[in-house]
Design a protein around this ligand. Sequence first.
Ligand code: SF4
Length: 380
Amino acid sequence: MSDIENILRIKTDLLCRGLYLSKSLLSHYKTQGISIDFGRKGGAGPLGGRYFLLADNETLVNVALWDKKQRTPYTLGEKKGSFFEILNGQEDSLFTKLKLIPNPKYYSPQYKTSDGVEMKRIALVHGVDCLGTTIYQKCKYWECGEACKFCGIELSLQYDTTIVEKSAQQISEVITVAKKEGRCSHMTITSGTEASEDKGALRYTNILRGLKQNHPDIPLHIQIEPLDNLNYLNQLKEAGADTIGIHIEVLTDELRKRITPGKASIPYSSFVKSWKHAINTFGANQVESFVLMGFGEPHEIFMNKIEEMISLGIIPFITPVRSIPLKHSITPPTNPDDLLRVYYKTAELMKEYGVNPLKNKAGCVRCGGCSAINESFKAI
Ligand code: SF4
């Protein structure tokens, strides 16, 4: 097995199973000067994890940290040098080693925007150098009780870790300090879906213009639902978005109704229309869609849909489903062997259709922490 195949296998396993972090060890780590916690409890992207580099000191992985031993065979062990030992409890052996990516200095409360908001309430560093922010922390589907089952967007407000709406000025100020620390080379900007016809596109365009004016060197990624008026996609590009995510998340109609009850009212054909238009507008390799795996979808149907997306030029950003910390489990962990098989097949299809995720300029695909599609593409 080559090095990259090995990295792909370990990353896929960790994405699916996460790590056990003993609460009793938190103070022990602290005495060694190691600051570790259970990660974000709300917001966009998979929650309740921290970012680590794998043993190659290069590959990023967003790993769930569980406080219950029975959730995973893997345990965060002692730190030796700059890496933690990861133990396989089932076999009582060393599984791998991981390097924890430290939180940036600006998370400390004394860092505030000029209007007095703590900077960590405005934007967080995802992985090594991707700044992530949610510009509108509410969503129309939460209001009517039809939120996606995996989503934690409004939890951040419940835990009071952020504010509802952010301005371009606030985000620009965080970019400035994050850049100084070497923690911002590109951005993921997301938002809850708004009830208006533009679904939040106009809010994005205002923010994008401000950010591009203040930081023209930072490529920006945005995420939005399919739009009926496709002209908004042109406006988003003109305002400064470099890449876009139009996320279907779940691939069969039946599962969409169960897992994404509000969003399921958008027909699949609308996704196809917006994806096609986005490819024409943003260019090859600059449009992605999150796809969650692990809801029990039949493999063949799943792969057929993935092929359809790739044939349109869309990068399927496949991630295993992860339960939200402190909420009930929505699903058992995705089987890593099944996911690995899907990653290899997806990489083959991307090669066949000339889609290259390594050419993506900004956001989740470039960051790559939550999915192993980039590694699978390198491995074949
Ligand atoms: S892929 Fe990176 S930027 Fe996207 S949600 Fe995951 S950690 Fe955040």
